[in-house]
Design a protein around this ligand. Structure first.
Ligand code: URA
Length: 475
C-alpha cells in the first residue's frame, strides 16, 4: 500500500497533481492510501515523484474537473480515494461522466451539492467586526465562522472581490483566510480568542430587526435558509427567538392597522348610499377622483382617468380600468385597446365624441416589472369601492343605455358576475332601471393569437356598438 499525504492548504491542487502522477505510473486506486498531512507515516512522494510506469495520462471531461474540485472540499475522509478511483475509470472509459447509477459518481455529485451549499452559507453568514488601528490607511476586519466542510479556500475569493478595499481575516476551526494589501493567503488557524464585538454588530442587529416581517414569518423556511447551527456566530440571531415569540401579536396588530374594505356583498345589502358631495359634476369630477383613496390603487397610479364625453350623452360606455397609456394621458381608451375600440366604433358609425366613455375603476392597477408596468385586474373589493364613482356618473348623466365592455364592467353595472360570453349581446336591467347591454372588451380581441378569432371578436364588438348607438339615437 502506498501512502500519499496531502497538505491542509492547497489540498485539492496537490491531490490533482498526485492523482495525475499516480495514474501515469499505473498505480491502481486500491493501492493508494490518501491522508492529510500531520496524520503520521511517510509520504510516497517525499523522496521525489513516483517513477513513470505503464499507466496513462488522465483525460477527463471539463465538467468533471470542476465538480471534482468542488466535491473534494467535502469533509468526507474517503473522498480522495473515491475520486481517484473514479477518475481512473472515467479516463479508461469504463464509467460515463454523470452516470448516477454508479454509487461513487452519485456520492461525488451529492458532495458537490453539499459543498456548494456550505459555500453559499458562508458567503451569507460571515459577520465582520472592525479591528482598525487608529490612523491605519486601510480599515481592518475579522470574522469567525464554522463551516461544515473545509471550504475556506473555495469561499474566500468571493470576499476578496467584495471587500477588496479593506484588510480582513476570516478564521475557521481549520484554516484562516487573510486578505492584506490586496493579497489573499491562507494559514492554519492559531488557537486564540474570537474578534471582539463592535458597532458593526449593532448595525446588523438593527438591520435584521428592520427587515423582519412578523406577518410573513415561516419558522421552518427561516431555519432552513438560516440553519440554527449558524446562529451562534450571527449577532442578529440573538433577536430571533423573541421575534418569533412576538410575531403572532405583531401580525395581528399590523392587520388591525391596515385599511379595511367592506366585502363585495356588504355593499349590495347596504340600505343607504352616501350622499353626493355638493356641486360635483361630470366636468369637475377629476380632482376629486385624483384624491380618491377609497382603495389602495389610487396611491400608485399617475392620476385618475375620469370619464369623457358630452354631459347629455344618451350612451354611456364603460370599460374595466385605465391601462398604462391612459394612466399617462389621463384619458380613457387611448392605448392599444382604445385603438380597437376606435376601429370598431368607426365601423359601427359611432363617433367617440358622441358617447360618454368611462371605466369601472378609475385608476390604473399594475405590477412593476423593471421598466414595465404589467396590467393587474382589479379585485372585486376595488371594483366595489370604485362603483361609488360609477354610480355617481350614472346618476349625473342618466344615459338611455349603458354598454358594458367586458366582465369587470358588466359586474360593476349589474352586480352579476355570471359568465360573460353567455351574456354578450344581451340587455340586462341595471339597479337604476337603465338597461345595460353586455359586450366584449376590446382588449379581448388583442389577446387572441388567431387572426380569424380576433376578427370575429371585433365584429361582435362592432355589432354591439352599432346596436347601442342605434338604440340611443332612436330613443
Ligand atoms: N382598457 C379599459 O378598460 N379602459 C381603458 O380606458 C383602457 C383600456
Amino acid at each position: 500500500m502506498l501512502s500519499v499525504f496531502l497538505p491542509r492548504i492547497g489540498t485539492v491542487a496537490i491531490w490533482r497533481s498526485r492523482a495525475r502522477a499516480l495514474a501515469l505510473a499505473g498505480v491502481p486506486a486500491g493501492q493508494v492510501l490518501w491522508r492529510i498531512e500531520g496524520d503520521g507515516g511517510s509520504d510516497l512522494f517525499a523522496g521525489g515523484e513516483v517513477a513513470a510506469g505503464k499507466g496513462k495520462a488522465l483525460h477527463l471531461p471539463r465538467e468533471a474537473i470542476a465538480t471534482l474540485e468542488t466535491a473534494l472540499c467535502h469533509s468526507d475522509p474517503e473522498r480522495f480515494h473515491r475520486a481517484y478511483d473514479l477518475v481512473l475509470r472515467l479516463s479508461e472509459g469504463s464509467l460515463r461522466w454523470g452516470d448516477r447509477s454508479d454509487v461513487a459518481m452519485l456520492r461525488l455529485l451529492q458532495q458537490e451539492k453539499a459543498v456548494h451549499r456550505d459555500i453559499h452559507k458562508m458567503h451569507a453568514f460571515v459577520r465582520f467586526r472592525e479591528l482598525s488601528a487608529p490612523g491605519a490607511t486601510r480599515r481592518a476586519f475579522a470574522a469567525w465562522f464554522q463551516p461544515d466542510h473545509p471550504i475556506v479556500e473555495a469561499a474566500a475569493p468571493f470576499f476578496a472581490r467584495r471587500f477588496g478595499d479593506m484588510d480582513w481575516i476570516i478564521a475557521t476551526p481549520g484554516l484562516t483566510a487573510r486578505f492584506e494589501a490586496g493579497q489573499l493567503s491562507f494559514s492554519l488557524t492559531e488557537p486564540g480568542p474570537r474578534p471582539p464585538p463592535d458597532a458593526t454588530e449593532d448595525l446588523w442587529r438593527t438591520y435584521f430587526a428592520n427587515i423582519f416581517n412578523p406577518a410573513r414569518l415561516m419558522v421552518s423556511a427561516m431555519t432552513s435558509e438560516m440553519p440554527r447551527k449558524y446562529w451562534k456566530n450571527l449577532p442578529e440571531a440573538a433577536l430571533i427567538p423573541e421575534m418569533i415569540r412576538q410575531a403572532p401579536a405583531r401580525a395581528r396588530a399590523m392587520q388591525e392597522a391596515a385599511p379595511t374594505f367592506p366585502l363585495p356583498h356588504v355593499e349590495r345589502i347596504l340600505p343607504q348610499r352616501p350622499a353626493l358631495p355638493e356641486g360635483l359634476s361630470l366636468a369637475t369630477m377629476k380632482p376629486a377622483l385624483d384624491a380618491c383613496r377609497r382603495c389602495p390603487i389610487g396611491g400608485c397610479a399617475t392620476q385618475a382617468v375620469a370619464g369623457e364625453g358630452p354631459g347629455d350623452a344618451g350612451l354611456m360606455i364603460v370599460g374595466e380600468q385605465p391601462g398604462d397609456a391612459e394612466d399617462l394621458a389621463g384619458r380613457p381608451f387611448v392605448g392599444p385597446a382604445g385603438q380597437v375600440f376606435d376601429r370598431c366604433a368607426t365601423a359601427a358609425g359611432l363617433s367617440r365624441s358622441a358617447a360618454y366613455l368611462t371605466n369601472a375603476v378609475k385608476h390604473f392597477k399594475f405590477l412593476p416589472r423593471g421598466k414595465r408596468r404589467l396590467h393587474q385586474r382589479p379585485t372585486a373589493g376595488e371594483v366595489v369601492q370604485c362603483r361609488w364613482w360609477l354610480d355617481l356618473e350614472r346618476k349625473l348623466l342618466r344615459p338611455k343605455l349603458i354598454l358594458a365592455l367586458g366582465a369587470t364592467a358588466a359586474e360593476a353595472l349589474t352586480g352579476s358576475g355570471a359568465r360573460l360570453l353567455q351574456r354578450c349581446g344581451t340587455e340586462e336591467a341595471g339597479p337604476d332601471g337603465i338597461p345595460v347591454l353586455i359586450s366584449l372588451h376590446p382588449a379581448h380581441a388583442l389577446r387572441l393569437p388567431d387572426p380569424t378569432a380576433r376578427a370575429e371578436a371585433e365584429t361582435r364588438l362592432t355589432r354591439d356598438l352599432a346596436r347601442a348607438w342605434a338604440i340611443t339615437k332612436e330613443a
